[in-house]
Design a protein around this ligand. Structure first.
Ligand code: ADP
Ligand code: MG
Length: 278
């Protein structure tokens, strides 16, 4: 594969195997600087595994990951963390830190052992708190925050690393719709204002289509679709990957879908007697 200088991240025939039951097979992807890419696909299709490989939290059995012109394998963990931050899937950990303490952790890859945070770190911490709208929350502890505020605090920690690439694994899961949109708008803002490249796993396919430049669809450890939302959101993709029938609409900006009732449920419903009249 020719190396495209616009790529901030790319993989070459990346493969990984947990067991004989599941693996990722020869995944070759290119992500350009400044793109927002969403990974979608059914549960267990390998989205989190792919993100972990991109962050070198897992080592591939074959293939390579290149980050900003260097192969991940030859980079130190601190060098990776200066260029790439990853927010794993949340299980709503109730760690007893203040928001500020959490955000300070984001500066550690930039420091040597026991080196204290300096003026530049302070500026970046202030910036991370301000961008995530948490300046007045810096002394609050994580358990005292709402789910949406806590998610913003984790994002503040990740961006305090000043990464070029931000990986987010289901950043909106467990949030109500208004807080989901708040996180999506924050991500879009980080991309537009600071040119951060975003690769995220999303379950809400309409939100993925609305906020992403590109969608990558995974099924059983393989990338089966990769393209702009207008091309990827099609009836055949939903049938092939999710085994559902959908209607697709386009408001002239981004496409969106509504699911049709799954046929087997319709059959079951036909056998349900409705008691008492409706
Ligand atoms: P997704 O994020 O798309 O839901 P994952 O990447 O988490 O999928 O998982 C893909 C598959 O790999 C699943 O079948 C899952 O059970 C399996 N898997 C994930 N982590 C491990 C592990 N540590 N050991 C063995 N199998 C795993
Ligand atoms: Mg996952």
């Amino acid at each position: 594969m020719e190396i495209n200088q616009d790529n901030v991240l790319h993989t070459k025939e990346l493969s990984y195997r947990y067991s004989e039951h599941f693996g990722l097979d020869t995944i070759s992807l290119e992500v350009r600087e400044g793109e927002i890419v969403s990974l979608i696909g059914p549960n267990g299709s390998g989205k989190s595994t792919l993100l972990r490989l991109l962050a070198r939290l897992l080592d591939p059995v074959r293939g390579e990951v290149w980050l900003d012109g260097k192969e991940l394998r030859v980079m130190s963990s601190a060098d990776i963390a200066k260029k790439l931050a990853m927010l794993p899937q949340m299980h709503d950990h109730q760690l007893d830190f203040t928001v500020r303490e959490l955000v300070e952790f984001g500066r550690h890859p930039h420091k040597n052992w026991f080196e204290r945070l300096g003026g530049e770190d302070e500026e970046i911490i202030k910036w991370a708190l301000s961008v995530t709208n948490l300046t007045t929350y810096e002394h609050r502890t994580l358990p005292s925050l709402s789910g949406g505020e806590r998610q913003r605090a984790w994002i503040a920690m990740a961006i305090a690393q000043r990464p070029k690439v931000l990986l987010l694994d289901e950043p909106t899961t467990y949030l109500d719709i208004s807080h989901q949109l708040e996180v999506m708008e924050l991500v879009q803002n980080l991309n537009r204002q600071f040119k951060m490249t975003i690769i995220m796993v999303l379950h809400d396919i309409n939100q993925a289509a609305q906020y992403s430049d590109r969608l990558i669809v995974m099924k059983k450890g393989e990338v089966v679709y990769d393209g702009i939302p207008q091309c990827v959101l099609c009836k055949s993709m939903f049938q092939h990957v999710f085994e559902i029938d959908v209607d697709i609409y386009d408001d002239g900006n981004k496409p969106f879908f509504t699911p049709r009732r799954v046929r087997c449920c319709e059959d079951e419903l036909n056998h349900v007697e409705i008691k008492g009249g409706v």
